[in-house]
Design a protein around this ligand. Structure first.
Ligand SMILES: [Zn+2]
Length: 110
């Protein structure tokens, strides 16, 4: 991967990390404990609790992805970004554009 491409993916990773952090902030708000007295409007308390469960699941997935993205940034600095950890070949940039934190190529993933 040439320097220009590396910079493109560094930017993509930083942008994805920024967006993910924003949504984590929102999800943290949304998964705070539901107070029995709080006015829920149209939602019943049961629905609110169900929604909170979904938010928590998305939140834990988002946190895990954030770690993978930050690791990918570290790999850029280490010069190992975009190299499949299994077969050591370059991961096609199309895959990295879709999944910038990808560690393995499609061949090894399937
Ligand atoms: Zn591979």
């Amino acid at each position: 991967m040439d320097a220009l491409e590396i910079e493109k993916f560094r930017k993509l990773l930083n942008e994805t990390i920024f967006e993910l952090k924003e949504s984590i902030k929102y999800l943290k708000e949304a998964s705070r404990p539901i107070e029995p007295s709080c006015a829920l409007g149209r939602l019943t308390r049961m629905e609110a609790i169900g929604e909170k469960g979904v938010n928590e699941a998305v939140l834990s997935k988002s946190k895990a992805r954030l770690i993978r993205l930050e690791n990918a940034l570290n790999r850029i600095d280490a010069g190992t970004y975009g190299i499949c950890v299994k077969c050591k070949k370059n991961i096609p940039s199309g895959r990295l554009e879709a999944v910038p934190e990808a560690l393995i190529c499609i061949n090894c993933a399937s």
